[in-house]
Design a protein around this ligand. Structure first.
Ligand SMILES: CC(C)(C)c1nc(N2CCN(c3ncccn3)CC2)c2cc(C(N)=O)c(N)nc2n1
Length: 326
């Protein structure tokens, strides 16, 4: 195959493999078999070996990145990653609602599951993933681009060639956490206490091959300066993220009243064990960007959002278990 034909074939393989990756890891609904996906990937790798100049950073073959790093570079977040004020009970939620309504009148909320993972920021230029960083202290994070590239639901190229920065939560699904701890137990290694620590420990690995082995996943939950993209609400911003090819959490609900919020929060507190990932609460956000702007933010956190924390699950070891174990 001459170079010209190889170049065209490589572009076509990029398009196909990005699409099939999206269907499998974002939609959970593949249109081709794993064998077909692997065959196309092997064809791409062979062409990149034959013509190294055709191997580009965004190639589907480059997910499990390069060499281990010496250290992580620091990244300044152009827009700080704020914290969230906490609500611990229904009264706190009603106080939040009262204060919001006093300032902006009638309001609509978006309720989201609060994924128990690690907040990250992802930058894309002309549709290509160029940098990913941890939240750090909200102003300065660590460059973990190579590790984030190993997350299969993170698009290396968007469905539109836009330049944007998105925020999300990287996490380790419960099944991956259990398997990882079984492996570590078998090797006599220290176990991770929970999926959040396991995700954090995995993203802090200097060798991307280790991160790639940890089956991490990602939900994105916001676009920086979405209002400048002509988007007027948080729910519209989430729909836009879906259009770009990101994985957002579908268990979100637009609520017209705080009673509806409380009902939704209570329902998910009861059924959270049925989720394939851990959540530590819910995040309630004023939907309208105009109202968010009016409410503004304190130095630490937005005044238009609040995190409702589920009570920590007390681990009750039945007495019979203790008696049997002695
Ligand atoms: C953009 C805002 C500030 C409203 C925001 N901030 C969040 N967080 C901030 C505090 N974060 C944090 N992390 C560590 C230390 C202090 N704060 C962790 C992310 C959100 C986290 C989740 C989630 N986990 O599922 C979510 N669906 N929406 C969020 N939205």
């Amino acid at each position: 195959m001459d170079k010209q034909t190889a170049q065209a074939r490589v572009q076509e393989l990029h398009r196909l493999l990005h699409q099939y990756n999206y269907e499998y890891y974002v939609l959970d609904n593949p249109s081709v078999s794993d064998a077909e996906y692997d065959r196309l990937m092997q064809e791409l790798i062979a062409l990149e070996e034959q013509y190294p100049e055709l191997k580009t950073a965004d190639s589907p073959s480059q997910r499990v990145g390069g060499q281990p790093l010496e250290a992580f570079a620091k990244v300044e977040h152009r827009v700080p990653m704020l914290s969230l004020a906490n609500a611990f009970n229904e009264a706190d939620l009603r106080d939040f609602d009262r204060r919001v309504r006093q300032e902006v009148g009638d309001v609509r909320y978006v309720c989201e599951l609060k994924i128990d993972g690690l907040a990250v920021s992802l930058r894309y230029e002309n549709g290509y993933f160029v940098q990913g960083a941890t939240r750090g202290d909200g102003v300065t994070g660590e460059d973990i681009t190579e590790n984030l590239k190993t997350i299969r639901s993170l698009p290396l190229r968007l469905k539109k060639d836009v330049t944007i920065e998105v925020r999300g939560e990287a996490y380790m699904p419960k099944k991956s956490f259990e398997m990882l701890n079984e492996q570590r137990q078998a090797r006599g290694e220290e176990l991770f206490a929970n999926p959040r620590n396991a995700a954090a420990g995995s993203l802090r690995q200097l060798d991307p091959k280790v991160a790639a082995s940890r089956n991490l996943d990602l939900f994105v939950y916001g676009v920086v300066h979405a209002d400048e993209l002509g988007i007027d609400s948080h729910s519209a911003a989430l729909d836009y993220l879906d259009e770009l090819g990101f994985k957002t959490n579908r268990e979100r609900k637009v609520c017209q009243t705080i009673d509806e919020v409380i009902e939704f929060v209570t329902a998910w507190h009861e059924k959270r064990s049925s989720l394939p990932y851990e959540i530590d609460g819910m995040v309630i956000k004023v939907d309208s960007f105009a109202q968010q702007a009016k409410l503004g933010a304190t130095a630490k956190s937005p005044r238009w959002a609040i995190a409702y924390k589920f009570p920590a699950e007390e681990v009750v070891t039945r007495l019979i278990d203790i008696e049997l174990s002695v």
